[in-house]
Design a protein around this ligand. Structure first.
Ligand code: AMP
Length: 559
């Protein structure tokens, strides 16, 4: 898109006030002071109003200053979703420093890498995570202070040069008054690392500007529609893509937050829902599959949920329909990445389409936000039309999309992911003329059989709609005749008896004959990544090592 030339420009008459998380925090502390953040303890919640949260943020900011934290210094958090994490989320960027929420599910070597790469100066740790954090500490080169929240600081043995503090004691000694500065809106406010599929994790540094604009998008009706009327169950971790932007959006609109802390199993999630009646919830599909199973065994009214936003992986349509039909709760499908803050597209169906087309829109990855531009590129770099059919790799750009990965030494990290101002997503899909995205796969996952595409996502969804199936993951495996063929790894319900032949037969009405998979393997659980997605790398490696007991049916005769 051409940018206007500025030779004869006319500047606006508007104030050039920076977009700032400090401004939003001040708004939340006053205008939204009675909104609440509540953390589940296993049997009840610990509550804190936004007013109190703001006072705690002031105390934390004073404490961090006293420990030597300056503007742009990184402060790590190693925490569950809870009240104290929310305080840190707000205090650290608002004081001009950079919040780095460490992903507690990464492997120890990756955690050490990211904390050292970001040069975290202080880390705030939940007491229940000390057994995980303690062994890492000697390897964290830049960390000078560890603050232990919700636990016993004396339980942590500190190496030389590192001081350990109790969160409660530290804050109790501080004033709640802190003059949160408004910094340049382009400065980093928060960081998340994406573990990616290859190489070391890569850091995305969100700015104040991108965070404020993204929060506005979350609050729009055609975003997540978050508002002061919501009580929001934030299951998506605060260390994964900023919990999809919900904490800062809540700050902006005054939505209350319900935090699950470490209670992430279906049973406590449902107990929490019964007690607190959230109106909105956010989590990856695997969480909702578990909740659905638990609801089948122990029915419970969950119609207090006006909507549930699900993304991070494709949502199986069968699951969406089950929530609709059995529980009266609409699942809202969305697409995004750590690199996109993460909200890119949301699948609200247009209001003017016929009823029988609504599901086509709902199961898509959704319509791009107004400020997010998208294009598809084929293998030769040609831009493909948005005709709902042409496939290509998705590239996006916009004010809350990363333009590079964080580099401590000025050497560009994976510059090939950034393509003339566009972010290469590695996702392959199609886009309709009215801007709805449907992903068929990650670029490396796409199965090309005899020169034609097979969508592993479609196959997974179809297999998962079989009543005997709990989960299914499809990978492409090498094949002498067709280059590549799909292999389906299936988890059956306990006592279920469907075999490969029966499962394949159930797909016959939705797929062309040549697309039907002949390789099947029955496993007890689909391996998952640190953020709960299907880890197809592991299945691929198991297949390559000959570890899988594959049932092979007769294959297609021609594509
Ligand atoms: P992450 O940065 O870990 O959140 O991963 C981002 C990636 O997750 C995207 O590039 C997609 O491959 C995948 N993803 C996110 N949302 C969806 C979705 N709704 N459907 C399919 N894949 C998704």
């Amino acid at each position: 898109m051409a940018i206007c030339d500025h030779d004869e420009r006319m500047l606006s008459t508007m104030q050039d006030e920076p977009l700032s998380l400090a401004t939003i925090l001040r708004h939340a502390m006053t205008s939204k002071a009675d909104a609440e953040v509540a953390t589940w303890t296993g049997s009840e919640v610990r509550r804190m109003t936004f007013g109190e949260m703001g006072r705690q943020a002031g105390r934390l900011a004073n404490a961090l200053r006293e420990l030597g934290v300056e503007q742009t210094d990184r402060v790590g958090t190693f925490m569950w979703n809870n009240n104290e994490h929310f305080v840190a989320y707000n205090a650290i960027p608002a004081m001009g420093s950079v919040l780095h929420a460490l992903n507690i599910r990464l492997f120890p070597e990756q955690l050490t890498f990211v904390a050292n790469h970001a040069e975290d100066k202080v880390v705030i740790v939940d007491g229940s995570l000390l057994p995980l954090f303690g062994p890492l500490l000697p390897g964290l080169k830049s960390v000078q202070h560890v603050i232990v929240a919700n636990g016993d600081a004396s339980a942590l043995e500190a190496p030389a040069g590192v001081s350990v503090h109790s969160y409660d004691d530290l804050l109790a000694a501080q004033s709640e008054d802190f003059d949160f500065p408004v910094v340049d809106e382009r400065m980093a406010a928060a960081m998340c690392y994406t573990s990616g599929t290859t190489g070391d994790p890569k850091g995305v540094a969100y700015s104040h500007r991108s965070s404020v604009l993204h929060s506005m998008q979350v609050c729009t009706s055609d975003g997540m529609g978050l508002s002061e009327r919501d009580n929001t169950l934030v299951i998506v971790p605060m260390f994964h893509a900023n919990a999809w932007g919900l904490p800062y959006a809540a700050l902006m609109c005054g939505a209350s937050l319900l935090m699950p802390d470490r209670f992430l199993q279906p049973e406590p999630i449902l107990a929490m829902m019964q007690a607190e009646q959230p109106t909105f919830a956010a989590a990856v599909p695997t969480i909702w599959t578990g909740v659905l199973g638990q609801l089948a065994a122990h029915p419970q009214d969950i119609t207090h949920l006006r909507s549930v936003i699900v993304g991070g992986s494709a949502v199986p349509p069968a699951m969406m329909k089950a929530f609709d039909d059995k529980h009266g709760v609409p699942i809202l499908h969305a697409w995004g990445m750590t690199e996109t803050s993460p909200l890119g597209s949301v699948a609200h169906p247009p209001s003017r389409v016929p009823q029988d087309e609504v599901w086509d829109y709902r199961i898509s990855q959704g319509q791009f936000a107004a400020s997010v531009q998208a294009r598809l590129l084929d293998d030769d770099g040609n831009v493909m039309p948005h005709d709902g059919e042409s496939l290509g790799e998705l590239e996006v750009k916009g004010p809350w999309i990363a333009s590079s990965y964080y580099s401590a030494d000025g050497v560009a990290v994976e510059p090939e992911k950034f393509h003339h101002g566009w972010l290469r997503t590695g996702d392959v899909g199609k886009i309709t003329a009215n801007g709805y995205l449907t992903l068929v796969d990650r670029s490396k996952d796409v199965i090309k059989s005899g020169g034609e595409w097979i969508s592993s996502v479609d196959l997974e969804n179809a297999v998962m709609s079989h009543s005997d199936v709990v989960e299914a993951a499809v990978i492409g495996v090498p094949d002498d005749a067709w280059d590549e063929r799909p292999l389906v790894a299936v988890v059956l319900h306990e006592g279920a008896s469907a075999d490969a032949e029966a499962l394949r037969a159930s797909l016959a009405t939705t797929f062309a004959k040549w697309q039907l998979p002949e390789r099947w393997v029955f496993i007890s659980e689909v391996p998952k990544t640190s953020v709960g997605k299907f880890d197809k790398k592991v299945i691929r490696a198991q297949y390559a090592d000959g570890q899988l007991d594959v049932v092979t049916l007769a294959g297609p005769t021609r594509p």
